[in-house]
Design a protein around this ligand. Structure first.
Ligand code: NDP
Ligand code: CA
Length: 329
């Protein structure tokens, strides 16, 4: 069953009807851990009813199932075993979950376990070659943040790709830690993508590579960092050849959206761009992006709300492997 994407909300960049292989639909979303939303976040304009898990979970699932991504990267998942794993498994998804070592959810009474990152892919499209569960380090010290990296093989074409999901340290004052976590993640990604390419001649060189010698890469997550931060600069200038998909929504193609999260806490309103889909620009083209809702759609009480189940918005894009003639020079 395939649900159509509402054409009003998607931006098409490239008609890939001529392509031999279908594009890969990628979604990333910080879905707001249930324990944090009810117990720690202090969303003062959000009615408590709107945070009721029995109903909120259906809004999250509805959003996922509306778009049926081939790859789904979730952050702040504290209902993996009782909700997302079984439901998405029954819909054809393979999944893996990595909790934070010291999840703040555990400090909330009647929590449902630790929150963490979860990575899902559609079994019909990919087979799994390798999984890495990473605890991110900063200045050689282990931190409370994690990442999952998987190497997948497209069943239809045999092409390989690596996919990663992460959720970096939150809050202002921690910019240097996020920079160090990003550097650590990039180093791991370099090692994993090079290793994956080593055993796969198809992904080497033009046609399969990312412009460097590694397997093409997609990195999704809540980086808790505005584009002005060190960790963003590290990603955009890394030797892995990554670019941020959502820049393509802007008129000049160079500007990130104005926000991916928007909430009101007792300390005030916070509207910021923290979530990203990074992709190897030598290996992939971005065909379609899901629009960011307007300020009017979000409404005066901001997020979360009865209409939007998380304080973060979902990001979604379709990417395609570049054809060999399509390689950038
Ligand atoms: P982070 O600082 O990364 O944030 C944790 C969560 O809080 C994130 O999901 C974040 O959401 C959310 N958050 C961000 N800003 C605020 C805010 N202003 N008010 C409320 N919530 C916010 O957490 P860490 O991983 O560094 O863990 C820190 C917490 O974990 C400690 O406060 C403690 O509770 C617990 N801890 C316990 C330990 C123990 O020994 N028991 C050891 C270490 C940590 P988003 O990403 O969406 O912004
Ligand atoms: Ca949060």
């Amino acid at each position: 069953l395939v649900y159509p994407v509402d054409p009003k909300h998607q931006h098409q960049y490239r008609n890939n009807e001529q392509q031999q292989t279908p594009s890969i639909r990628v979604m990333t979303w910080n879905i707001l851990a249930q324990a944090l939303g009810e117990g720690k976040d202090g969303f003062v304009q959000c009615p408590l009813d709107a945070l009721n898990w029995a109903e909120r979970k259906y809004l999250i699932l509805e959003e996922i199932l509306t778009y049926r991504p081939d790859i789904l990267c979730l952050q702040e998942v504290d209902h993996y075993y009782d909700t997302f794993q079984p439901i998405l498994a029954s819909l054809g998804y393979h999944s893996t979950f990595l909790p934070k070592p010291w999840s703040p959810c555990l400090e909330v009474a009647s929590n449902n376990g630790p929150d963490g990152c979860a990575l899902f892919y559609r079994r019909a499209r990919f087979s799994l070659l390798h999984t890495s569960h990473l605890r991110l380090s900063a200045m050689m010290l282990p931190t409370n943040q994690v990442a999952i990296v998987q190497t997948l093989r497209c069943r239809e074409t045999g092409q390989r790709l690596c996919v990663a999901v992460t959720h970096l340290k939150a809050r202002s004052g921690w910019e240097r830690l996020r920079g160090a976590q990003g550097a650590d993640l990039l180093q791991s990604l370099k090692a994993i993508t090079s290793r994956a390419a080593g055993s796969d001649p198809v992904s080497r060189g033009p046609g399969g590579g990312s412009g460097t010698e590694g397997v093409p890469l997609i990195v999704c997550g809540d980086f808790n960092a505005e584009p002005s931060e060190d960790v963003y600069r590290r990603f955009i200038s890394s030797p892995l050849g990554l670019d941020s998909a959502y820049k393509l929504l802007s008129a000049d193609g160079q500007t990130e959206p104005a926000y991916t999260t928007w909430k009101i806490r007792p300390s005030g309103e916070s509207c910021s761009t923290l979530d990203y889909i990074w992709y190897s620009h030598g290996a992939f083209t971005v065909d379609t992006l899901l629009d960011i809702p307007t300020e009017e759609q979000i409404g005066p009480d901001r997020l979360p709300s009865y209409h939007y189940p998380s304080d973060h918005l979902s990001l979604l894009c379709d990417v395609s492997f570049r054809e060999p003639r399509d390689q950038p020079h």
